[in-house]
Design a binder for this molecule. Sequence first.
Ligand SMILES: *[C@@H]1O[C@H](CO)[C@@H](O)[C@H](O)[C@H]1NC(C)=O
Ligand SMILES: *[C@@H]1O[C@H](CO)[C@@H](O)[C@H](O)[C@H]1NC(C)=O
Ligand SMILES: *[C@@H]1O[C@H](CO)[C@@H](O)[C@H](O)[C@H]1NC(C)=O
Ligand SMILES: *[C@@H]1O[C@H](CO)[C@@H](O)[C@H](O)[C@H]1NC(C)=O
Length: 462
Amino acid sequence: MAPGLPPLALALLLLLWPLGSSARRAARFDPTWESLDARPLPAWFDQAKVGIFIHWGVFSVPAFGSEWFWWYWQKEKRPQFVNFMNDNYSPGFNYEDFGPQFTAKFFNANQWAEILQASGAKYVVLTSKHHEGFTLWGSEYSWNWNAVDVGPKRDIVRELEMAIRNRTDLRFGLYYSLFEWFHPYFLQDESTSFSTRQFPFSKALPELYELVNRYQPDVLWSDGDGGATDQYWNSTGFLAWLYNDSPVRDTVVTNDRWGAGCMCKHGGYYTCSDRYNPGHLLPHKWENCMTIDKSSWGYRKEAWIGDYLTIEELVKQLVETVACGGNLLMNIGPTSDGIISVIFEERLRQMGSWLKVNGKAIYETSPWRSQNDTLTPEVWYTAKSKEKSVYAIFLRWPTSGQLFLGQPKASVGATEVNLLGHGQPLNWTLAKPSGIMVELPQLSIDEMPCEWGWALALTNVT
Ligand SMILES: *[C@@H]1O[C@H](CO)[C@@H](O)[C@H](O)[C@H]1NC(C)=O
Ligand SMILES: *[C@@H]1O[C@H](CO)[C@@H](O)[C@H](O)[C@H]1NC(C)=O
Ligand SMILES: *[C@@H]1O[C@H](CO)[C@@H](O)[C@H](O)[C@H]1NC(C)=O
Ligand SMILES: *[C@@H]1O[C@H](CO)[C@@H](O)[C@H](O)[C@H]1NC(C)=O
């Protein structure tokens, strides 16, 4: 107790003490979906809106087809993949032999952190372990198949965590695949239709506890149920610990991939499917996890420019997603030597430059009563109720110089219309039968506040 504390303060402290501890007790969660699903999502996640996903692992070495390389080569024996191996590797070369070639020799976590910060994202999610089972940290449960023992000989998770936390304002998140394609315990459990549970209890769960205790992620992005239920994975038991007793219990957010049948139904926020973008408002917080390379999460050497989304397409994804209450998690796949290729870097920096001008219409917004405009296509709305602002984000600059908005109810003398990144308020008139007609300024390319999409801030509209 601090000496010299006034008696009144002391009395107040003693009075509040039991309140605080009983409040904590009341907030404990049971290992049931009913209890866990009722946990309020930590507020930072909805405010953040934009995250960057990073798929990196041994699959980045062949860097061909997709991060599902092993599956397509060994399991499905797709000719493309079998031929790729025959043409480029000697007979008998195993998937494990890619491990030492995952060198990460140019990996500089500080450089990644700088690029991620420049993207305008507010969180990052790194694949700490994908379906191949290779852990990017020195897992005690992944002997000789982790980045500290094989390949980089470095703790990749720690290096990125340090750089992100020391140098950026992003939250640090980790992806973790529950199942593994070729782990003998998993295959054994699978052969008993998951009536045995050796893999979760000797591999997946110990690793999850290790990962959370060591790196304290703010996002735990679970994936890969391998066809087994959440009972097999003991997911509710683990989540009860995560929410009640883990070092990140107050800040951590999780997704909905905790066992067959959980997606879009149980857990934290919903992901529903890869590249989920419903185009309408959902009653539950959700995330659109998608890829800048349209057909792969991992790096592909054979990708050409047309395989990557343009910045216009990315801005459109972001705006549609946020207007409908989602977060956008944009994926990049670094090369096996640790480079974020210049095309990914450019897209991230472009997104950051757009958000620098238009971030007010994205970060910390809520969905409005309408998500898009009925009169003009490609106009999406967001809102900030405490600032009494509605944002109309339009993805096409009308050649007429006039933008009709069917949704806002404006009042003459009170409503103000501003183009973000432009100094002067804009003239507008009431349109018939409803809405407003906004007179856009006539700007040369150099005078434009940004490209690819623009945002109007409307104040005092309903
Ligand atoms: C980050 O900060 C921690 C603690 O403040 C320090 O121990 C560590 O060396 C720093 N790491 C980097 C990469 O700057
Ligand atoms: C499995 O879940 C139960 C509760 O359902 C919990 O008591 C136990 O600690 C969990 N085990 C692990 C390893 O997570
Ligand atoms: C826009 O909103 C209307 C309802 O006002 C809806 O019918 C339409 O599908 C939406 N458009 C898009 C592209 O989502
Ligand atoms: C708004 O309208 C007034 C009156 O027509 C005009 O004088 C003024 O230049 C307009 N302002 C802008 C920013 O277009």
